[in-house]
Write a protein of this length. Sequence first.
Length: 133
Amino acid sequence: MNKKVPAALLTPLPTEAELAILNVLWSTGPATVREVFDALSGKDIGYTTVLKQMQVMSEKGLLERSERFRSHVYGPAIPREQTQQQLAGNLLQRAFNGSAKNLVLGALSSKKVSSAELKEIRQMLDAFEKGNR
């Protein structure tokens, strides 16, 4: 029996540099290399580095590429939420030995959390517990 594995499960986890590019594309939508480079202008990175990185990301299945007015336009191949879930799951296993409680405690203790954000987290946990994801 030949089961199809979802593409997201075959896609490797993005590196820190790849996440920076993905964050630009998730925020702006599909863009050219020049547009991504301009958005990353505060970082110490060259245009050809961004170009090569995006080409590699396309080959890895992290980005989709199309042509618009003879320019290559790139967009994320996987939605932000799905990538975040993959990264969180990977971190959960690698750093917290599968303990969601320790992951949440680690995240909450790593920086100051506002009371408004804590209230929102409580509401999300209540909804999650009730099955209203």
